[in-house]
Design a protein around this ligand. Structure first.
Ligand code: ZN
Length: 420
């Protein structure tokens, strides 16, 4: 994942254009992503698919003839979606177009102007303070023209039509935690799932932030009822602990599944309630959809100073963190695959477990707790509780409850109930 992020880092991505398509070609080296096109001007709910933006070069030439804020040195130097500009201007005219971070004078900020035609440059505050009076030449060789918005989609069919949505944004230029870590984890998760026999179907979306999810939802409204669980993946590579942001529903299967996985893993983690700010969960959890989609991340956006700056670079993301994030996603998938509502086939008094080899038959240091998992699973398999509920109510690790359900199924004492 780390080397994949290193390959994606130099690409100048935005919400549309060649940078996104190049990114999809890189992802296609790992998974068979379908790349869709939606024409500029397409109405998608209250939004309009914007013109396509492409950039060839951008820089400022100082009065001494020196090139600064050169796009070739950092993709962050140019405000994303800057309109074409070629003119000379005084420092006083130029300054309002320049963005810096006075609190972090060595870092370059990340700025965009997607929905208002404008232009600008970003640079370190230290460089900004050294600018001399005189005539500056501004060159932005960009195009902003009718074209397409692209998004990538991979559908992995399972036995059931019920879908798990995995969504990440693909629109940030050279920024590693927000956003390349999410792309890398989603790509490798999809690759792992491809080789598994799955009960649920899985839909992966690689989309430009906001406009991508709005567009997908507008064009796929007929499919949305199949989405039973979902996760937005972002900021999964920094050294902080894992954070889960609940879906708007708050206690959906995905919310309970992620919290069970994080709780059983034993590391510190944070839980955030839903709020209508953040990434594409804002669209999935808008009231007209209210999908059970949460967000898995490490340090939430805005809580680390490197967020949306040049310091969110290849040093800021760690292979260990990426691996733990991917492992967590796989554990969540395993829980979603195994979870279900079961019916006790012998609900009048306890079945006699001894004659079925299920009483005190499990050895090991957790024998007592594993036995309790059998009793709890039998008792609460009344058609109203799924295995996640049983784990939570019993206080037992989910793993023990899953094992108990398997044993009871084999013994004919449990039967799966179709989800209602
Ligand atoms: Zn961002």
């Amino acid at each position: 994942m780390y080397s994949f992020i290193s390959d994606l880092y130099p690409i100048c991505r935005s919400i549309t254009g060649e940078g996104v398509r190049r990114t999809f070609r890189e992802i296609q080296k790992y998974i068979p992503l379908d790349v869709h096109e939606v024409n500029s001007g397409t109405q998608v709910f209250d939004w309009t698919v914007p013109k396509e933006w492409n950039i060839r070069k951008a820089f400022i030439r100082t009065p001494r003839g020196e090139k600064i804020a050169d796009l070739r040195e950092s993709n962050l130097h140019l405000v994303s979606y800057s309109v074409p500009v070629r003119r000379t201007m005084t420092l006083a005219e130029l300054k309002p177009q320049l963005h810096t971070l006075p609190d972090h004078p060595e870092w370059i900020p990340f700025r965009t102007s997607y929905y208002k035609e404008d232009w600008g440059f970003c640079m370190s505050h230290r460089q900004f303070e050294g600018l001399e009076e005189g005539e500056y030449e501004v060159v932005i060789d960009s195009s902003l023209e009718p074209g397409v918005l692209n998004y990538g989609e991979l559908f992995l069919p399972g036995e059931k039509e019920d879908e798990v949505l995995i969504s990440c944004h693909v629109c940030h230029p050279s920024l590693c935690n927000d956003n390349l870590s999410g792309i890398a984890v989603a790509t490798f998760l999809a690759q792992k799932l491809q080789s598994m026999k799955l009960k649920n179907s899985y839909r992966f979306l690689f989309i430009p932030g906001t406009i991508g999810s709005v567009t997908w939802l507008a064009l796929n409204e007929h499919r949305v009822s199949k989405i039973k669980n979902g996760l937005v993946l972002t900021c999964l590579g920094d050294a902080g602990g894992l954070t889960y942001k609940r879906s708007r529903q708050g206690n959906a299967e995905i919310d309970r599944a992620v919290l069970a996985v994080l709780g059983d893993a034993g590391s510190n983690f944070n839980v955030l309630d839903f709020s209508p700010y953040g990434y594409d969960e804002r669209q999935y959890c808008s009231p007209g959809f209210n999908l059970p989609v949460g967000v898995l991340m490490r340090s939430p956006h805005g809580t680390f100073p490197e967020y949306h700056t040049s310091a969110d670079n290849l040093e800021f993301v760690k292979q260990d963190s990426l691996e733990e994030s991917l492992g967590t996603c796989l554990s969540i998938v395993k829980v979603l695959e195994a979870n279900g509502v079961y019916l006790n086939q012998n609900p009048k008094c306890e079945p006699q477990l001894g004659k079925r080899g299920l009483y005190r038959s499990i050895g090991g240091e957790d024998a007592g707790r594993r036995q309790m998992a059998i009793l709890w699973t039998l008792n609460l398999s009344d058609g109203k509780h799924d295995l996640l509920d049983i784990a939570r109510r019993s206080g037992l690790p989910l793993e023990f409850v899953l094992e108990a359900a398997d044993l009871l199924m084999e013994a004919g004492l449990l039967k799966a109930q179709k989800k209602v």
